[in-house]
Design a protein around this ligand. Sequence first.
Ligand SMILES: [Zn+2]
Length: 141
Amino acid sequence: MKSNKQRRTELRELRQKRQEKHKAKAIALEQDKVRKNMPANAVRCNPEALAPSSSYYTVLPFVDRGYYIDLPFQCVDCQKQEIWTAAQQQWWYEVAKGNVLSFAVRCRACRHMERDRKIEARRIHLEGVAKKLAMTSTIPE
Ligand SMILES: [Zn+2]
């Protein structure tokens, strides 16, 4: 003979198990839906791998959708039409931890030119700083 308390505990455990099963089923169904709607070259999005952001109130399309899709954009420097591929987006947001609100603005060629320009600008700047330091340190007291 089981006590009422034992029976209640048993029932609660059963209910919990049932709810967990339902939840798992719902998640699997949702994932299946996402998979079925994914275009051929889409890449699944893992929200947990994204860089932390303060913009929690912004609905990110790739998180909402569950996957990245190829996106066309125009290079800000040469105006060329380019495609930011789903795979590149996943790398940028999840591996490089790029800002979740950032978006591709330059084509590959212009991006490399911009990087070289920045490196050169930094070199010239540091040279100038070194020169200034050398000048001030030789001023007699
Ligand atoms: Zn360009």
